[in-house]
Design a protein around this ligand. Structure first.
Ligand code: AMP
Length: 637
């Protein structure tokens, strides 16, 4: 009898070892594991203990026998006009060359390689080459600016940075080099070498002799390289990916090797229904977790072709993604609600123009999927649109439908059910008790976390425990810091964050990070940043800043100049993704008598809602200033 969603999920928790042993057979092991799970030191879970494997072997070498001539990466840049398909044999050659290049620059097992690249195939060669050598990659999103990059350099202390002369967005060249130089100056642990891919986009930046190495030149010296894979014990780290939290300092989410490989390939089978030989298209960027998991690892581990796309969804026209689906017979697609909301502003006919017969499903994640957007895209595609919910920390779905097991009905607005391996509970914020159906609670996971989830915070085991496992009194459970609700049929709904993290176009930003950037302006004494609902991006940051010296702020023009300066410092620290949509200048912030800024009240006012209980307010003038600033913004001009 076919297994149901329910029995599959139950089995994954009641017979954890049997269930994951079965999934582990989806990858190659150089040496079999001795134990499926070691949970002797909660909440640290160690999966497939004693087994030796390698991600690059499983993603590339393993497929050479059956599918050497099959496409592995389909590269399409609508920015530069470059299109190139790499077969598994070609990918294998490029990864070997890149591994030899990294070796020549001193990279060995356990070393970190920081990858700061646009969407180019070389970025993926570098990721796979790094794990081939048993080294650890730390990919930093190309849109992050100097200070963010410097913080990540200092935390990961890479041996090498792999980068490019420039990225390109909407036809505009974005030189990487000036930014990198600034980051290296700010870092206390700059690496010895930078491996630079010259795309011929930025001719202005000079190289530093001895430090800077040209990718093409070094590649030419390693054309016939054959670099053996370095087998790792399953729990040895494969990568670090930084993510924002409530403190100003991003956390390095650390992923293991064996658990990660098994979780990826299993999710491709049970959740996405991607089969070997088919084509997968995730519209993300390798700088984000979706890019790691579903542009690189899961499709390649499963023997699929992965579309690597540099560009935006509406250039040259809003049909560009759907033309790719048609031309490359994409069978599964993964995108974000924001991208669909961008498309929704255009005519549905752009989607109808193409033969989408190959497409089985569209998966969406990263932020709440509103019902009108879900209906619009489902109607345009005439395919199941599946919302699923996860985090950088987990690396794959916490909540999802899994049509590979059972085609359960989809309810718009809900990412369905707990994924196999996850013991999900909704807990009362204060007591930690489980809430009833239709009652709001914090989405929590009873550990051990399943394979593929973060194993710790890079170099900070204490922070891992402290951050994620201490939210509820007397209970060591993982908090997602999201509110959720479950209906009587077991469908979950995500209601937003419980902390000061906001989600802009599917990207997580700590309001604290933006506040620190704004405060680096010499004339800003204090600031509160809140996320405000936005039709297109989900949320956008608004900043309310207290100016040190307001004597010059006596005209609209003076306000505009200071606002520009503040936006510039944010651009410099975090990049444009952290840029507030508005900066308001006030004399004071609303605070409690104990000095806590009332961020939730500020946010409520900015969204036109009731600010709530004001009895703890120290001085009513604080909230009145916020109200006046918002009224002025909304007043007709
Ligand atoms: P990130 O780690 O940057 O991918 O952000 C993870 C956060 O994005 C989660 O904690 C949620 O707040 C939000 N998120 C991700 N997927 C969904 C979804 N399907 N529905 C609602 N929120 C989501």
């Amino acid at each position: 009898m076919a297994e149901t969603y329910n029995s599959f999920h139950r089995r994954s928790l009641q017979d954890r070892e049997g269930f994951w042993r079965e999934q582990a057979a989806l990858i190659d092991w150089e040496r079999p594991f001795e134990r499926v799970l070691d949970y002797d030191r909660p909440p640290f879970a160690r999966w497939f203990v004693g087994g030796r494997t390698n991600l690059c072997h499983n993603a590339v070498d393993r497929h050479l026998q059956a599918r050497a001539a099959q496409a592995a990466l389909i590269y399409i840049s609508t920015e530069t006009g470059v299109e190139h398909t790499y077969t598994y044999a070609e990918l294998h050659r490029e990864v070997n060359r890149c591994a030899a290049m990294l070796q020549a620059l001193g990279v060995g097992k356990g070393d970190r390689v920081l990858i700061y690249m646009p969407m180019v195939p070389e970025a993926i060669f570098a990721m796979l080459a790094t794990v081939r050598l048993g080294a650890i990659h730390s990919v930093v999103f190309g849109g992050f600016a100097a200070q963010s990059l410097a913080a990540r350099i200092d935390d990961a202390q890479p041996q090498v940075i792999v980068t490019a002369d420039a990225g390109m967005r909407m036809g505009k060249v974005i030189p990487y080099r000036p930014l990198l130089e600034e980051a290296l100056r700010a870092a206390t642990h700059p690496p010895r070498h930078m491996l630079i891919l010259d795309r011929g986009l930025d001719k202005s930046s000079a190289r530093v002799a001895g430090r800077d190495i040209d990718y093409a030149e070094l590649r030419a010296a390693h054309m016939n390289a054959q670099v053996p894979v370095v087998w790792l014990e399953s729990n040895e780290p494969s990568y670090i990916l930084y993510t924002s939290g409530t403190t100003g300092k991003p956390k390095g989410v650390q992923r293991d090797t064996g658990g990660h490989a098994v979780s990826m390939v299993a999710s491709m089978k049970h959740i996405y229904c991607g089969e070997p030989g088919e084509t997968y298209f995730a519209t993300s960027d390798i700088g984000w977790v979706v890019g790691h998991s579903y542009i690189v690892y899961a499709p390649l581990l499963r023997g699929m072709a992965s579309v690597v796309y540099e560009g935006v969804p509406i250039r040259p026209d809003p049909g560009v993604w759907w033309k790719i689906v048609q031309d490359h017979k994409v069978s599964v697609m993964f995108s974000a609600p924001t991208a669909i909301r961008v498309l929704k502003k255009h005519d549905q006919s752009y989607l109808r123009r193409y033969d989408l017969g190959s497409l089985k499903h569209l998966f969406l994640a990263g932020e709440p999927l509103d019902e009108p957007t879900a209906r619009w895209i489902a109607d345009a595609l005439q395919r199941p649109v599946i919302d699923h919910y996860w985090q950088t920390e987990t690396g794959w779905s916490i909540l999802a439908a899994y049509p590979g097991v059972e085609k359960t009905p989809i309810k718009f607005g809900s990412p369905s059910f707990p994924a196999y391996g996850y013991d999900v509970r909704l807990l009362h914020e204060g007591t930690g008790e489980e809430v009833a159906d239709n009652e709001k609670g914090v989405v929590a996971i009873v550990p051990p976390l399943p394979p593929g989830c973060l194993t710790t915070v890079w170099g900070q085991d204490d922070r891992f425990v402290q951050t994620y496992f201490t939210s509820f009194p007397g209970k060591q459970v993982y908090s997602t810091f999201d509110w959720g609700i479950r209906d009587a049929e077991g469908y979950y709904y995500i209601l937003g964050r419980t902390d000061d993290v906001i989600n802009v176009a599917g990207h997580r930003l700590g309001t604290r990070e933006i506040e620190e950037a704004v405060c680096s302006h010499p004339n800003i004494a204090e600031v509160a940043v809140v996320g405000v609902a936005d039709k297109l991006k989900g949320q956008v940051p608004f900043a309310f800043a207290v100016v040190k010296d307001a004597s010059h702020l006596n005209s609209d023009a003076a306000h505009a100049v200071l606002e520009r300066e503040v936006l510039d410092v944010v651009d410099k620290h975090l990049g444009a993704i952290g840029r507030p949509a508005h900066v308001f200048f006030v004399n004071m912030l609303p605070k409690t008598r104990s000095g806590k800024v009332l961020r939730r009240s500020i946010q409520a006012l900015a969204e036109g809602r009731d600010p709530g209980d004001m009895t703890t307010l120290d001085d009513p003038a604080g909230i009145e200033q916020i109200r006046a600033a918002i009224d002025a913004l909304n007043a007709p001009r």
